[in-house]
Design a binder for this molecule. Structure first.
Ligand code: FES
Length: 140
């Protein structure tokens, strides 16, 4: 569900700025949790782009969602450094249909303190089984 007034506020905040498509998409997703078809249509109209152009950007970056997520999302880093620090054993502890949705990312930029995960805008470093269980417990 997209709140038209909030969407209008976001579009107005970026009006006249160059290269505003990605910032708008980030703001829309932050506000609504995903980028709806209504939002794509309004963004395209606001930026004088086609809906296909906006949709192309949304679909290119897999951080953008086109539907609401029914569970909290944990982005688990499974790149080399976090793998070397045991992320795969941690990942195996998270059931596929558990209380959180686990998404794989490749490097959160804090390789020396992995394994790492990101929830919202917060990075959780030095994860072990207990920390991961506590994190999931907080989110569930
Ligand atoms: S490899 Fe995981 S944060 Fe860089």
């Amino acid at each position: 569900m997209t709140d038209a007034a909030e969407l209008d506020r976001i579009l107005a905040a970026h009006a006249g700025r160059e290269g505003s498509l990605l910032p708008i998409l980030h703001d829309v997703q932050a506000a609504f949790g995903f980028v709806s078809e209504d939002a794509v249509r309004a963004i395209a109209e606001s930026l004088n782009l086609s809906r296909a152009e906006v949709h192309g950007v949304v679909s290119f970056y897999h951080d953008f969602r086109t539907a609401p997520v029914d569970r909290p999302v944990v982005k688990l880093c499974r790149a080399e450094s976090c793998q070397a620090r045991g992320v795969e054993a941690l990942a195996a502890r998270l059931p596929a249909n558990g209380p959180v949705k686990v998404e794989t990312v490749y490097c959160l930029g804090l390789c020396s303190v992995g394994p790492n995960a990101m929830v919202g805008e917060t990075v959780h470093a030095r994860l072990d089984a207990a920390k991961l269980a506590a994190l999931v417990g907080e989110l569930a």
